[in-house]
Design a protein around this ligand. Sequence first.
Ligand code: NAD
Ligand code: DAU
Length: 337
Amino acid sequence: MRTILVTGGAGFIGANFVRMVLDEQPGTRVVNLDKLTYAGNLENLTGYTDTPDHIFVKGDIADAELVSTLIDEHKINAIINFAAESHVDRSLVEPGVFIQTNVQGTLTLLKLALEKKIERFLQVSTDEVYGSLGDDGLFTETTPLSPNSPYSASKAAADMLVAAFGHSFGLKYNITRCSNNYGPYQFPEKMLPLMIHNAKNDKELPVYGDGLYVRDWLFVYDHCTAIWKVLTEAEPGTVYNVGGNNEKTNMAVIGAILERLDKPESLIRHVKDRPGHDRRYAIDSSKIMSELGWAPTVTFEEGILKTIDWYLSNSDWLDHIVSGQYQQYYDSMYTNR
Ligand code: NAD
Ligand code: DAU
């Protein structure tokens, strides 16, 4: 039996990862440490909390005493760090908490991973650490880090700390840098579930600027399988990019949502742009494909339909979120924009 500490496992990708591990990896026990911030939601784990192979703990990755106890008590073999403040727009308004969790919290985990001789530390990072691309080219693992938002700056700082702990102290680590994920359980502050929710309710779709910003969309399950492969098969001290090879403009994604929901384009409203908005992200995933044999399994055309249908048939999940504190956030972000 192997026991892994998954942090942020009540968030969007973390919960999908925990579900995948429990479904597909018998012999692996998951200790799930999550602070349950506004983005953490135990409903993401419905059906998976009442099992001896999944221990949920509410707590902060920056709480060294708690993390130390969990590592000892559960004989943790590996740490997979998903926990983060993850939304770019929020980082532009309140960057401090991004530094606290994404940098300080990661540092706390690193120190303990080293002290307790954890076999592998996997840092879940993002393509945003590379900055923005023009019309051509792809991010590779050797593209210099050049983050543009407080969010991506905090993630780049964490990546560099992880690598520094490997270089200076011999910590066995990996870093994965993934493009935009989509799929079930994504918090509706993010573009895709936000637009699905608004379109369904005949509300305006707030498109930042001209809407011709490009993201490389990856179905969340495929990201989870990539992380598992890196955790179990990669050499220590390596970085892997993970992408879907699905570059789309925001307008194209929104067009697909409107078509599926049979809603008019007149719902689209171009609003004030995000400050410092990165124009294009695109990932070269050839390293993980050739070295570890990973490949995405879900095309954008399949994934977008699956995703829309999931949000439509799980309207309770969405309603619980949008009826609470999130409504205040939405009003403060989008009124008079
Ligand atoms: P999310 O915001 O949905 O979830 C983050 C989770 O972390 C939440 O459950 C939250 O409660 C928890 N958390 C926050 N601060 C914490 C703390 N101090 N201690 C413990 N738990 C804490 O984020 P997500 O979209 O699932 O992203 C997960 C990770 O993947 C992040 O590190 C993010 O940078 C990275 N990533 C995300 C994407 C994407 O498209 N969403 C793409 C690439 C990389
Ligand atoms: O690339 C990986 C990153 O993808 C992750 O590291 C981040 O955690 C994740 O949030 C995501 O960042 P983005 O900024 O790309 O995602 P977001 O969903 O916020 O925005 C996607 C695009 O849609 C972006 O160009 C901004 C635009 N947008 C977003 C919102 C919320 C809009 O036009 N309107 C909106 O209301």
